[in-house]
Write a protein that binds this ligand. Structure first.
Ligand code: GLU
Length: 417
């Protein structure tokens, strides 16, 4: 078997092409969507704590604004590269269109390893980066947010620096901010919560009983740990989870609240009492009912898809499943809730945050959660129906919905013949 092509930019191009063809709409829609509108590449010097100067590279890919301003996260990661940023920005366009959030897609980041940087150094990197892209972003143009290894504090620094550049407060520049400077209630939990809502709907649709459901979670960061706690609250049993250092398994169930405390004391889930250690590959292929990949891309591949035992996969991460794996899982009758649906709770509450910033009027947590739940349930329903009607897997169903909406906007805006 030829090794699977894991270039995620090529993967998303093919996914869009497949949807355009299946819908039978104007091929120009694909021509427009196959590349980002623009990519901004910057390089900037930052003074480190020891007085030395280091030069950092940053990227922002703005994919499409057919449905609204560009929107998407910024990551701090040792590998931030062009094709990856482009692909992730394309997934944002599709994701916003799937859930009906009036945004286009963007993504970016700075190539760095925050684990080796002090807080002050991270602050200077955040400020320098946003200054360098200040003319290309803004509340009406492109609204960044947290992503891998960035957090509300990073958002606050960027908002502050951008506000200085503009000369007045600009809370609406960026979402995922701390509450005190225009953040939204419910934003920090939103990705995990949204993933649990669609997983719960899938469990209902397949007529399983939540109290019998055993869950394995890959990644115990923001999205993974919230998903673990909420699924546990609904009656499911968390049997395994891992982080970048280790994986743990207990068929009788793990208390995710206690585990979170343990992890914040010890820095990892490793050696959590009463569990046995599992490798990453063992975790993915464990005997369980629901698998939540909440880490990075390309985890479930043509190599291991055959061995997955879960019946539902809820993708909290972006791009965890490859196209070859998608096919295998579909043939095996496993229901994959794709990232562009399952992790869209994050950008949905980002949208609410931005709306609150523009209105300067703030909602209760209950209002935020209820509105998000309604949007996620409607999106699940629409994708599930399309999946049944077309006889295609849920990812392609979500693409069909999104590309249809994007094509419609393009037609009305006069971008097509
Ligand atoms: N980074 C998150 C995502 O991949 C959130 C993006 C946002 O809130 O704009 O969906």
């Amino acid at each position: 078997m030829m090794a699977e092509n894991l270039n995620i930019f090529k993967i998303v191009q093919n996914q869009i092409k497949e949807a355009v063809k299946l819908l039978g709409i104007d091929f120009t829609v694909y021509e427009i969507l196959k590349e980002p509108d623009r990519v901004i590449e910057v390089s900037f010097p930052v003074k480190m704590d020891d007085g030395s100067i280091k030069v950092f590279k940053g990227l922002r890919s703005q994919h499409s604004n057919a449905l609204g301003p560009y929107k998407g996260g910024l990551r701090f990661h040792p590998t931030v590269e062009l094709d990856e940023a482009k692909a992730l920005s394309m997934w944002m366009t599709i994701k916003c269109a799937v859930v009906g959030v009036p945004y286009g897609g963007a993504k970016g980041g700075v190539e760095c390893n925050p684990k080796n940087l002090t807080e002050r150094e991270q602050e200077r990197i955040s400020r320098e980066f946003i200054k360098n892209i200040a003319s290309d972003v803004g509340p009406e143009k492109d609204i960044p947010a947290p992503d891998v290894y960035t957090n509300p504090q990073v958002m606050a620094w960027m908002m502050d620096e951008f506000s200085k550049v503009r000369g007045y407060n600009n809370f609406g520049l960026i979402t995922g901010k701390p509450l005190i400077v225009g953040g939204s209630k419910g934003r920090s939990e939103a990705t995990g919560r949204g993933c649990v809502i669609v997983t719960r709907e899938a469990i209902k649709a397949l007529e399983y009983d939540m109290n019998d459901v055993r869950v394995a979670i890959q990644g115990f960061g923001n999205a993974g740990s919230v998903a673990a706690r909420l699924l546990h609250d609904l009656g499911a049993k968390i049997v395994a989870c891992n982080d970048s250092s280790a994986g743990i398994y207990n068929p009788d169930g793990i208390d995710p609240y206690d585990l979170l405390e343990y992890k914040s004391d010890m820095g990892s889930v490793k050696n959590y009492p009463g569990t046995q250690e599992v490798t990453n590959d063992e975790l993915l292929t464990l005997d369980c009912d629901v698998l939540i990949p909440a880490a990075l891309e390309n985890q479930i591949t043509g190599e291991n898809a055959q061995n997955i035992k879960a019946k539902i996969i809820g993708e909290a991460a972006n791009g965890p499943t490859t196209p070859e794996a998608d096919k295998i899982l579909f043939e095996r009758g496993i229901l994959t809730l794709p990232d562009i649906l399952a992790n869209a709770g994050g950008v949905t509450v980002s949208y609410f945050e931005w709306v609150q910033n523009l209105m300067n009027y703030y909602w209760t947590e209950q209002e935020v959660n209820e509105r998000m739940e309604q949007m996620m349930m409607e999106a699940f329903e629409a994708c599930y129906k399309t999946h049944l009607n077309y006889g295609v897997h849920m990812r392609l169903a979500a693409y069909l919905l999104a590309v249809q909406r994007l094509g419609e906007a393009m037609r009305i805006r006069g971008w097509l013949d």
